[in-house]
Every structure is written in structure tokens, then in C-alpha cells.
Write a protein that binds this ligand. Structure first.
Ligand SMILES: C[S@@+](CC[C@H](N)C(=O)[O-])C[C@H]1O[C@@H](n2cnc3c(N)ncnc32)[C@H](O)[C@@H]1O
Length: 247
């Protein structure tokens, strides 16, 4: 997908440049133990900022970021090198490591630090515990799905799946999440509000046409998820627009 094409999947380039934060405020709403030792899938990872934070600072064992836009996936790999290059150097990366220890100007002036090969003891620590791949995850199974995930993240994603593929695609997405979660696993969902669909669909005729046929609304997602088999939702609060749920 070209960097200049209309971002009909919400595949905005420079998305995080507008939200420069070392810590994503949405992650701070979640119980810290959620990610500890977990295998995590971040669907719609964009340039990988959230994905890298989960891998670096929240104790996840393995984190995979997937995005439909190949240019963004490549920028996510670059983000991993940047995060590695600016973190505090320690012999063993542990609880005390400090992200953003070196200024960004170091990388600009001297280039990113090389990522060393993983020693067996480090393979579940950042930067070795995070990877990225390009896929339309609503419609394509990927090899990593077979092992399952303890946590699936879907931040600011459902509107784009809904407007591109209609109610069917959204249902397919939720069912796929249910299928790949390990028993007791969690979907962390940040659905966009229905009011935000109007602006999004204006960017493309096909989205406008699909929108005319939508029967599901974000307010229906909670009951829909329970019909699929998810447990009761916990509403964890809001930061900026939208609501955060964990299921
Ligand atoms: C608005 S951005 C949100 C980025 C990130 N999740 C966040 O909230 O910080 C939505 C992302 O989802 C991706 N996306 C949309 N549909 C997708 C699909 N079917 N499979 C994988 N990624 C998708 C887009 O390319 C875009 O990067």
C-alpha cells in the first residue's frame, strides 16, 4: 500500500507524531498484571509504538504487531530499533530499565544501535520479544495464530474493519479473536464511537456505500461479544475519545 494513498483502513502515516508520548495513556488504564508473561497480539499496530511499549515496559513474554499496511509494518520494525537505541543500557534488562533514557538526537546523529543476537535468557525480553508482520488479520490467518494469544489488543481498529467489510467483517474479526485467545484470555478493545464513522466514510465512495448497509453499532458490540462466547465486559475508563473495555 502506497504511503500517499487514501488511508481507508485508518492506516495513517505519522499517526504517533500527533500523539507523542513515551507512555500510551490507554495502556495505563489496564491492570499491570494483564501483560505479565503473556503472549500478545496487537492488531492494527500501525508504526508499532503501543506494541513496543507492551514488549518493553509491561513484562510481556512475546508480542506480535500486525498491520494491513506494509509501509507501516516496516516503520514498526524501525520503531523497535529506536526504542532499543534510547533505552537505558543495562547488563540484564530488568524492572529498573528506563525507556527514553538517551535523547532522540543520539539516534539522529549516530544512527540506531544494532540489536544484538538474543541469548536464551533474553529471548522473552525487549527487544527480542517483539516482532511485526503485514496481514489483513480480519481475513487472513497467520502462522503465529496457531499457538494462540493470552491478550489481543484492538485499539482504534473496529471502525476501519466495519467500514471496509461491513457487519460481516466485524463479526468475522470478533470470532477470529475468540478462536485465537487461550482459555481465560482477554480482548482489550477500544471501539470508536458511531459519530466518528461519518467523517471516515467521506474519504472514499466504497466506504460510503458499505456504511449504508451497517446494522451493527459500537454500542451493540458488548452484547455481540457475549453471544460469541466472551465473558462480561469490564469498562476500564476513557482517555480522549472512545471507551476501553477488557473482556
Ligand atoms: C487508527 S490506526 C490505530 C493504530 C493503533 N492500534 C493505535 O490505536 O495506536 C488503525 C490501524 O489499523 C490498521 N488496520 C486496519 N484494518 C486492518 C486489518 N484488517 N488488519 C490489520 N490491520 C488493520 C491500519 O492500517 C492502521 O494502522
Amino acid at each position: 500500500m502506497s504511503a500517499n494513498s487514501t488511508p481507508i483502513h485508518g492506516n495513517y502515516h505519522g499517526y504517533y507524531a500527533k500523539r507523542p508520548a513515551v507512555k500510551d495513556p490507554r495502556l495505563s488504564l489496564l491492570p499491570p498484571e494483564l501483560f505479565r508473561g503473556a503472549s500478545v497480539l496487537d492488531v492494527g499496530c500501525n508504526e508499532g509504538w503501543v506494541t513496543c511499549e507492551i514488549a518493553q515496559s509491561w513484562g510481556a513474554r512475546r508480542v506480535l504487531g500486525v498491520d494491513i499496511d506494509d509501509t507501516l509494518t516496516r516503520l514498526a520494525w524501525k520503531r523497535k530499533r529506536t526504542v532499543w537505541s534510547t533505552q537505558e543500557p543495562t547488563a540484564a534488562v530488568d524492572e529498573k530499565l528506563r525507556p527514553g533514557y538517551f535523547p532522540a538526537s543520539f539516534e539522529h546523529s549516530f544512527g540506531p544501535l544494532p540489536i544484538p543476537s538474543a541469548r536464551p535468557a533474553d529471548k522473552h525480553l525487549f527487544p527480542h520479544n517483539v516482532s511485526f508482520r503485514t496481514a489483513d488479520w480480519t481475513n487472513t490467518a497467520i502462522a503465529q495464530d496457531a499457538a494462540g494469544y493470552d491478550v489481543v489488543i484492538a485499539f482504534s481498529l473496529t471502525k476501519w474493519i466495519h467500514l471496509n467489510g461491513g457487519d460481516d467483517a466485524l463479526l468475522r474479526f470478533f470470532r477470529r479473536v475468540y478462536d485465537v485467545l487461550t482459555p481465560g484470555g482477554s480482548l482489550v478493545l477500544e471501539p470508536q464511537a458511531w459519530e466518528t464513522y461519518a467523517k471516515a466514510k467521506r474519504m472514499d465512495n466504497r466506504l460510503r456505500e458499505t456504511a449504508k448497509c451497517l446494522k451493527l453499532r459500537p454500542n451493540d458490540f458488548e452484547s455481540l461479544l457475549q453471544e460469541i462466547g466472551f465473558g462480561a465486559a469490564q469498562h476500564l475508563g476513557t482517555t480522549g475519545e472512545g471507551g476501553r473495555w477488557i473482556l
